[in-house]
Each structure stands twice: as structure tokens, then as C-alpha cells.
Design a protein around this ligand. Structure first.
Ligand code: IMP
Length: 178
């Protein structure tokens, strides 16, 4: 699997240091609030697992599945919720946890949907942010790293379902897409 990586952008150490900082910041910002961490599957599962263990507070954890990508590297533009919510959102302090913010279409859709369920507050925490790719004017409240326009794999991010389990974030060799 690692032979297919062309370049490592974020090492395991960089990731763990930054996730700890984000967890500490969220613990301060949400003190006494018992937030609902809402992970967007599948990509956020590793980030959410690490982030939540750096949050020294009571919190609930929930997942939603929204997908706008097929098996390739370009968004289809159409967002669908394929796993509905099991928890009540009304009156909760919701933090959407996402692996990467790219065009913004997925999170814009989710933000509108979740706002309609009347949360007490709604914020976005994304590990990576590719601002140059944005198609809608959406900003995350908490960002791990801003990144350049590339296609990343690892730390939850996949290409055609693979590479999510890499502990670092990198790009693939061009022949992998051929
Ligand atoms: P958006 O709706 O274009 O912002 O796309 C968000 C989703 O696209 C993310 O949750 C990822 O699943 C996927 N995605 C965007 N960029 C990448 C990437 O570089 N690698 C892997 N998945 C990506």
C-alpha cells in the first residue's frame, strides 16, 4: 500500500500534534455544554476517534453518511444522505466533524439540513481544508490544516475505498489512477 504513495504531505506526528491542539481548543470552547460530535462517514471516523479522545468532557458521538463522490476523485455535485441520524439534534450544541472540506457542497447541504432541526449551535470542524476548490462560500470554524489542491489519501481519506488506514496523509502516484 505504501509503495503507491508519491508524496507525504502530513506526517503522523504532525497530525497527532494538531489533533491534540484542536481537541484542547474544543474542550475550552464547549466547557459545560456536552456537545454532540457528528462525524460524516466514512472519512471522518479516524479523525473523530482521535479528536474525541483529546476532549476532556462529556460528549455524545453520532454519525451521518452523506456522499457526493462516486468511485473517482471528482465530486458529482449531488449530495445524498444515506445514513440518517439516530440522535436528537434539537437544542444540542452540534459539531460536524469532517475529514476534508473541498468544494463545500457536502457541508453546505448538511449545514442547511441540520439547521432545520433547530440545534442550539452548529459548528464545523474539518481536518483538512482546500479553500482553492470551493464552489460555495462556506468556512469551517475549526481547521486542522489548510492544504493545496491535490487529491489526498490516508487518515480516513480514501481513493476508491482504499488507503483510509494510512496513519499519514499523502498523494498517490499518477499510475494508480490509470
Ligand atoms: P465537498 O462536498 O466537495 O467539500 O467534498 C467533501 C468530501 O469529498 C469529503 O468528505 C471527502 O469524502 C471527499 N474528498 C474531497 N477531497 C478529497 C481528497 O483529496 N481525498 C479524498 N476524498 C476527498
Amino acid at each position: 500500500m505504501r509503495n503507491n504513495i508519491e508524496r507525504v504531505y502530513f506526517t503522523e506526528e504532525m497530525i497527532q500534534t494538531r489533533v491534540k491542539e484542536l481537541g484542547t481548543q474544543l474542550s475550552e470552547d464547549y466547557r459545560g455544554k456536552e456537545p454532540l460530535l457528528l462525524g460524516v462517514l466514512k472519512g471522518s471516523f479516524i479523525f473523530l476517534a482521535d479528536l474525541s479522545r483529546h476532549m476532556d468532557m462529556l460528549c455524545d458521538i453520532e454519525f451521518i453518511t452523506a456522499s457526493s463522490y462516486g468511485a473517482g476523485t471528482e465530486t458529482s455535485g449531488e449530495v445524498k444522505i444515506t445514513k440518517a441520524l439516530d440522535s436528537v439534534v434539537e437544542g444540542r450544541h452540534v459539531i460536524i466533524v469532517e475529514d476534508i472540506l473541498d468544494t463545500g457542497l457536502t457541508l453546505e447541504f448538511l449545514k442547511k439540513y441540520l439547521s432545520s432541526l433547530n440545534p442550539a449551535s452548529l459548528k464545523i470542524c474539518t481536518f483538512l481544508d482546500k479553500p482553492s476548490r470551493r464552489k460555495v462560500p462556506l468556512r469551517a470554524d475549526y481547521v486542522g490544516f489548510e492544504c493545496v489542491d491535490a487529491f489526498y489519501v490516508g487518515y480516513g481519506l480514501d481513493y476508491a475505498g482504499h488507503y483510509r488506514n494510512l496513519p499519514f496523509i499523502g498523494s498517490l502516484k499518477p499510475d494508480i489512477y490509470a
